[in-house]
Design a protein around this ligand. Structure first.
Ligand code: ADP
Length: 783
């Protein structure tokens, strides 16, 4: 072996024996050097090898296939083999020269063949004089160790990362369950540092898992959840433990802080509970309100519905199609919904439809609204309401309303017919009474005739009241809009009641504000009725003193004239408690009123409604025993015509109407007699016709100044006859005044009369003054 050459050259100079001993030692040393895997070699000052072992020789040969010999230069070999570079070697050698032992770890070797980490120990070699003349090197490949070290460091780094960043506690216990180690950042939450649990008993710390831990100490592994309360905060740990692989009956475990996760789960549980409660509530409210919700997703065509709707439609699918969702409706209605949804998507329009189910007797309301995002309809959302109950009730109500209306109509018709039937004979009774009174009756007859007159007039006013009241109740009353002379109207009322006032010895006065325009536009008939009622009540309930009708101008605004009417008496007065009460129908202030004063209790009810229907209200001021004052305001339109042109004829002056020829068309003989008796008094020339046909003939054959036309007649009625007259050729037939005589009280009579071409109408039984005024008015216009 080459290295032995170096060793054999050692000159001991101590004789053979010593030499043998030395050789023996060298042999031992040689064996040791050859049996190690480390490279051992030595070189002189010039870096020429003086010794090397087999391991080193092999390493060198393995590199470039060079066979190493004593005397080879280390630096050249190292260069060839990728060993330590020359400069570094020289540097080490310089240090070794000073007697230093240099230890270092160095990575070298040919990267293409074998490169590794080596641990090197370099020692000086001395000559006989004790001077350093070379260097021994002990070089060992420590790559494996370095690798292991690296792996260990890597694992430690990972573990430390886990321990520092995960809220975990890793612990060890002894056989009695006493903590012997505890590390990990999970300890911080418990206010502890590493090993902060050491010395405590794990069975006490995790008391809820004591049994399990005891089993763990007997060699079983397990897991449990433990909780701690720290500063009022609950901390939750997930524990896993297993028997220590190194020490028998000891435990290793780790506890992971899962408080955050638990809290999140708790929140989730709460949110779920909340959601369930909301869904329950929604279901209940939908069941009660019979309404459900739905949503149509445009991109997928999927339909989502609430539970109520699924039950209602009988389509239980969680998600369904539009086609299936609307299959519950009648075909036309299903189409209407689809159309509604199409419009909602295309034009972003909502819909609201009333629909019916296909099989059941159900009515439903379906409402849909578009949900728009970035200008596009992404969803259509809506509700379905089961409106069957309401709808059925509505239908029932409608039926009931129709029945009630039919009944009311029948009643109205009956009243109208009855009025006609009653009023015609009343006409005769009142008319004849008037005539008899004017024919100079004997004194004993006069009283009877007066009673007859009073009774028949009372009866007529009662009939009128009842008819009026029922008309008001039915809402059938229509107010006229015609010209009238207010002053004349009030004077006529005064005249009508003068006799009564005189009979009772009362002062009866009318005061008219000079500012008031006399010609107004409104409903004179209804105004007369209101004032008549109030005046007749005032006279009825006053035994001494006065009754005053006071008209004053409240204001004029443009064309509108507001007039204040006040009827004041010094009569018996009205108890303040009964003020409201007397305006109700069929009520009187005292139970004996009817017996003492007559009346039905309808007058004020009618008066109040008539004032109210004209947009005003009636008020009352009264002191029991001192008198009463009824007052109200009414608005009229001002007529700008010359005053006095309407109804200008003074009612009480029955001036002769001689020279005029009148045709009286009337089928009822008594009516004919009554009317003609009056008219003859006014010197009128009267001709007669018993029906429309006869009237038409007579009108054609003769020249009349006026026609009084009954409406209900056999063969041809008054309407048809008037139309026929107007249709006759010639101007005179268009201008001939035709006044209808009617017993009807229906509101539409005025319109019907005018529609048939007639000029006016007079109610039967007629008041002679009214009959005279109307005839005179139309005749005067002709002349
Ligand atoms: P009636 O037909 O009984 O007069 P009204 O409705 O006109 O019915 O009047 C109702 C009641 O109001 C009368 O019965 C009477 O008791 C009372 N009343 C009406 N006007 C007066 C008045 N001017 N003075 C005293 N009491 C009156």
């Amino acid at each position: 072996m080459e290295y032995l050459k170096g060793i054999n050259q050692v000159n001991t100079g101590d004789g053979n024996k010593d030499r043998e001993m030395l050789l023996g030692e060298i042999a031992i040393l040689q064996t040791v050097l050859e049996s190690t895997s480390a490279s051992i070699f030595a070189f002189d000052k010039n870096f020429n090898y003086i010794a090397f072992n087999q391991s080193h020789q092999q390493t060198v040969k393995m590199g470039r296939g060079v066979d190493l010999k004593i005397g080879d230069n280390y630096l050249e070999i190292a260069k060839l083999n990728g060993g330590m570079d020359g400069e570094k070697t020289a540097e080490i050698f310089r240090r070794v020269m000073t007697g230093e032992t240099v230890e270092l770890i160095e990575e070298f070797g040919d990267p293409e063949l074998y490169r590794a980490s080596f641990s090197m120990i370099c020692n000086p070699m001395y000559d006989k004089e004790g001077l350093v003349n070379g260097m021994t090197v002990f070089c060992q490949d420590i790559s494996e160790r370095v690798q292991l070290q690296k792996e260990f460091e890597e694992k430690s780094r990972l573990l430390n990362g886990v321990l520092e960043n995960l809220p975990v506690i890793i612990y060890e216990t002894d056989a009695a369950g006493i903590f012997t180690r505890s590390i990990g950042s999970g300890l911080k939450a418990l206010g502890l540092q590493d090993n902060g649990l050491v010395g405590q008993n794990s069975i006490e710390v995790f008391s809820s898992a004591a049994d399990m831990l005891c089993n763990g100490l007997c060699g079983k592994h397990g897991q449990f959840i433990s909780t701690f309360e720290v500063d009022g905060r609950k901390l939750v740990y997930q524990n896993n433990f297993f028997p220590s692989p190194e020490q028998e009956s000891c435990l290793i475990g780790f506890a992971l802080d899962i408080t955050q996760q638990e809290m999140a789960e708790e929140e989730l549980r709460k949110a779920q509970d909340e959601l369930e409660r909301t869904v329950d509530l929604l279901d209940t409210s939908q069941r009660i309100s019979k309404a459900g919700g739905w949503e149509y997703e445009v991109s997928t065509g999927a339909v989502y519905r609430t539970r109520f709707l699924k039950l209602l439609s009988g389509v239980p699918d969680e998600i369904t199609t539009l086609e299936k969702a609307v299959s519950f409706y009648r075909e036309v209605d299903a189409e209407a919904i689809k159309e509604g949804i199409r419009n909602a998507i295309k034009f972003q329009k909502s819909y609201n439809l009333e629909l019916r189910a296909a099989r059941e007797d159900k009515w439903l309301r379906s409402i849909g609204i578009p949900i728009v995002k970035d200008g596009k309809t992404v969803k259509v959302m809506g509700a379905v309401l089961d409106i069957s109950d309401r709808k059925l009730a509505e239908i029932e109500l409608l039926k009931a309303k129709e029945i009630a209306e039919d009944a009311a109509m029948a009643k109205q018709q009956f009243l109208s017919n009855m009025s006609h039937e009653i009023r015609t004979p009343m006409n005769a009774v009142i008319g004849m009474t008037h005539l008899l009174l004017q024919e100079d009756p004997k004194p004993e007859q006069l009283e009877n005739l007066n009673i007859l007159k009073f009774s028949s007039e009372s009866l007529l006013s009662l009939i009128n009241d009842i008819l009026d009241y029922s008309k008001i109740e039915l809402g059938k009353i229509v107010f006229e809009d015609i010209e009238f002379n207010l002053i004349e109207l009030v004077n006529r009322i005064k005249q009508a009641h003068n006799l009564q006032a005189e009979g009772k010895g009362l002062i009866f006065k009318v005061k008219i504000d000079s500012e008031l325009p006399s010609v107004l536009v409104g409903d004179p008939v209804r105004l007369t009725q209101i004032l008549n009622n109030l005046v007749s009540n005032a006279l009825k309930f006053t035994n001494e003193g006065s009754v005053v009708v006071d008209l004053s101008l409240k204001k004029i605004e443009g064309d509108t004239v507001e007039v204040n009417f006040m009827v004041t008496d010094t009569g018996i007065g009205i108890d303040p408690d009964l003020k409201e009460y007397i305006f109700e129908s069929f009520t009187q202030a005292a139970p004996d009123t009817s017996r003492r004063f007559g009346g039905t209790g309808l007058g004020l009810a009618i008066t109040k409604r008539l004032v109210e229907l004209q947009g005003s209200e009636i008020s009352l001021q009264s002191t029991l025993g001192k008198g009463s004052s009824f007052y109200f305001d009414l608005k009229f339109r001002k007529e700008n015509k010359k005053e006095g042109s309407v109804n200008a004829m003074p009612a009480h002056v029955f001036a002769s109407l001689g020279g005029y020829k009148v045709l009286l068309v009337e089928d009822n003989e008594i009516n004919t007699i009554v009317a003609s008796k009056f008219m003859r008094r006014w010197d009128l020339d009267i001709d007669y016709a018993a029906d429309g046909i006869e009237a038409l003939e007579k009108v054609t054959e003769n020249e009349y100044d006026l026609v009084l036309m009954d409406l209900q007649m056999p063969r041809m009625d008054g309407y048809a006859a008037s139309r026929a007259i107007r249709d006759l050729p010639g101007k005179r037939f268009k201008e001939l005044p035709i006044i209808a005589l009617t017993a009807s009280v229906l509101a539409e009579i005025n319109r019907k009369v005018l529609d048939a071409g007639m000029n006016d109408y007079i109610s039967k039984p007629f008041n002679p003054t009214e009959l005279y005024t109307k005839i005179a008015q139309y005749l005067s216009w002709r002349s």
